[in-house]
Design a protein around this ligand. Structure first.
Ligand code: SF4
Length: 73
């Protein structure tokens, strides 16, 4: 599995770490449209099931994507 260092500035997230790092084992990125459509599932399903349910979610610009693993502290 690829290893990626995630830098993140959302410092009120449970997974955020000093220096703007993400400490989550994995994160889910989707289009914001898909996040709105599946908002209930995002909070209640395991990552694998969620990815299968959502499927592919193309975006045209970076502002149309976001981390869906965010969990407030
Ligand atoms: S889970 Fe998402 S929002 Fe939270 S620290 Fe990691 S990248 Fe940032």
């Amino acid at each position: 599995m690829p290893q990626v260092q995630v830098r993140c500035t959302v410092d009120n997230c449970y997974y955020w770490a000093e220096g703007n790092y993400c400490n989550a084992d994995s994160i889910l990125i989707t289009s914001t449209d898909a996040a709105a459509k599946h908002s209930d599932s995002l909070q209640n399903q395991a990552m694998s099931a969620l990815v299968n349910q959502i499927g592919e979610t193309p975006a045209h610009h970076s502002v149309e994507t976001a981390c869906q693993t965010f969990r407030p502290r």
